[in-house]
Design a protein around this ligand. Structure first.
Ligand code: ADP
Length: 229
């Protein structure tokens, strides 16, 4: 059965949405499930960086070492990559995954959106227990060119080791090793978690909790159903 894709928001204002959550909370998985039901263009900062690294663009070369170590890339680098992406999408509904990651990036994003007078209208936080996340990371594989994410237990590829759509090989992300992952989690707590308060104050924050993406997605869908016709 083909799902009906809702195209238009109820109030005619395009969706300007962020998806926040610890690394491994399932931001990529939720984004791709959202795309099956709503006409929303998703931008994942991690995917944009991995694509640039794969293609060895100047930005990719600059980002490579930080990404492999699980450290944040410089703000000006990621801000300019995201600005380019948003300029391409223009007036379509969009969702950002993985950006902003700290207060300076959040403020840079607010500034960008001021120019078009389209402030964020939904910031969603995925609240997943840390022990669940740690197990998940070990089982995560990705198709780098598209950003499609697989999990060996919950969402295995049809043929082991290859992407369902292209048949190209899947990779274990080099930064999904225990050392880098610990660093990413620490950075999340120190730098990204404070953004929840920032967006709570702005009155746009919604939080959804659960151990699996299957538990969280219906809540997220209901939240978006109310915003789309
Ligand atoms: P995860 O959320 O699982 O940590 P991502 O794919 O979002 O993974 O990010 C992978 C890596 O890309 C990060 O560890 C970091 O090095 C870099 N990165 C992604 N988004 C940003 C950002 N907004 N600012 C700085 N670095 C980023």
């Amino acid at each position: 059965m083909v799902a009906l894709i809702k195209r238009f928001t109820r109030n005619g204002v395009p969706l300007r949405m962020l998806i926040l959550g610890a690394p491994g909370a399932g931001k990529g998985t939720q984004s791709s499930r959202i795309r099956n039901h709503f006409a929303v263009t998703t931008i994942s900062s991690g995917d944009v960086l991995r694509r640039n690294i794969l293609e060895q663009t100047p930005a990719g070369q600059q980002a490579q070492v930080s990404v492999a170590r699980g450290e944040l890339v410089p703000d000006n680098l990621i801000v300019s990559l995201i600005r380019n992406e948003l300029e391409t999408i223009q007036n379509n509904n969009w969702l950002l995954d993985g950006f902003p990651r700290n207060l300076a990036q959040a403020q840079a994003l607010d500034q960008m959106l001021l120019a078009t007078d389209q402030p964020l209208n939904a910031v969603v936080n995925l609240n997943v227990p840390e022990h669940v996340i740690l197990n998940r990371i070990i089982e995560r594989y990705v198709h780098v060119p598209s950003g499609r994410v697989y999990n060996l237990t919950y969402n295995p590829p049809k043929v082991p080791g290859v992407d369902d759509i292209t048949g190209e090989p899947l990779e274990h992300r080099p930064d999904d090793n225990p050392e880098s992952f610990k660093r990413r989690l620490q950075q999340y707590h120190a730098l990204t978690e404070p953004l929840l308060e920032y967006y709570r104050k702005a009155g746009v924050l919604a939080s959804f909790a659960g151990d699996t993406s299957d538990i969280i997605f219906p809540q997220l869908k209901e939240f978006l159903d109310e915003r789309f016709d």
